[in-house]
Design a protein. Sequence first.
Length: 409
Amino acid sequence: MTNLERHFRANGVFPSQWIREAIREGAVIADPPIVPGQVQPNSLDLRLGEVGYRVQCSFLPGEDGIQRKLDRFKWYDSAVGANGLVLERNQAYIFPLLERLALPPTIYARANPKSTTGRLDVFTRLVTDNGQTFDEVRAGYHGPLFLEVVPRSFAIRVRTGDSLGQLRFQCGDPHLSHQETMSLLNTEAILLSHDLKVLRTQNLPQSPSHSLVLSISLSRKHETTRSKESTVGYQARKNTSPIDLRAVGQARIRNYWDRIYDDSKPVILEPDEFYIFASKELVRLPPQYCAEMVPFDAGSGEVRTHYAGFFDSGFGYSVGSSPEASAAAVVLEVRSRDVPFLIEDGQSLFRVNLLRCSEAPDQLYGADLGSNYQSQRLRLSKQFTATARDEDEEEDPADYYQPRLDFTA
C-alpha cells in the first residue's frame, strides 16, 4: 500500500485538499503544471491539449488502444493555435488532454462535462487508453486522458488550456443509502420548494432507489417580475456563429436562443431540439456532501435532462446565510429522444443522487472560486450577456447574472 493509499482510505469523493495532495504525490501529472483554479471542491478541471483530431465516429479504444483507433478513424488533425480552433456542429473530435494519471489500485475516477459545457449543448466524454467505458477511469489506471467533444447546437471556438470536462476521484462507494438520504433530508435543509419552504421526506415523491426525484419549473407566478411575459426556458437556435468559450458575457441571447414564456400551458419538446429549463425545487449541499444527477431516466420519459451532472459541496449553500437566501435551482439541459414529449409545470422529470465526501472540502462552491452559477435560478452559460438590452427585446429578469430572490407567497 502506497502512502497515498494509506492516507486516502476513507470511503467517499475526494475533497479539494485531497486532490491537491494527489497532485503533489504524483497521482496526477500535467505539462504545463496544474494551476490552482483547476481544483474545485470535489473535482479537477481537465484542459485541452495542443491538437484536436477530427474523427469519423465516436469510439471506445478497447484492446486496440487509442492510437490504433485514431490511425483508423482519424480524418485529419488540427493544431489549436493562438487564435483557437472552431469545432463544427455535430462533428466528433478527440483531444489529448494536458493531464495524465498514475492512480493507486484503490482509487478510481469519474468524469463529467463542466456546467458551462453542458449549457452550450456540447457533448463531451472522457476516454482512457484501452478504455471500454466512457467517463470511467478504472482503479489503478496509469496513462493518458482524452476527451471526445461533439458540439450539438452551436459551433464553438476552443484553445489549448480550455476546460470542458472535470474529473472526480473516489474510493469505495460514496453513494448514500436510501435510509441515509432520508435521514439527511429530515435533519438538513437540502431541498426547498419554489416558495422557499424546506422539503422533508413526507413532501417528496417516493423513489424505489436512494435518488431524489425532482421536477421541472414552467411557471414563475410566485416571482416578482418586471414584464408581463416571463421566460421559463430557452430553445437553441441553429446555424449561428461560433461561440468563443473565453468570451464571457459577449454573446447576445437573442442571437442564439428563442425564449419560452410562462403562459400557463404545457410545453411540447420537439425531437432532437435542445432546451434549457430550471428545476421547481431548490438545492442546498452542506460541506460534507456533494451530488450527481442521473442524466437519463426512461421511466420519466424518453428525455435526457442533463449533460453536466456534478454538483460540488457548497452548491446553493453559504456559511452564515439562511437556506432561503442561498439555495439554487438545478438548470436542466434537455433533449427529447425520438418522439415529441409533453412536459408540464411541476412534472417529475429527473433524479439526483447524494454522495458523501471523504472529508469536507477546504473550499466550497461559490466561495472565492469564481463560481458562475451559485444561487442560480434559470441561467444560461456564462458566455451570454449578463443583462439583455437588445434594441427590440424586452428586458427580462431571467437574463440577469445575479439571481432574484424576491419570491412572494
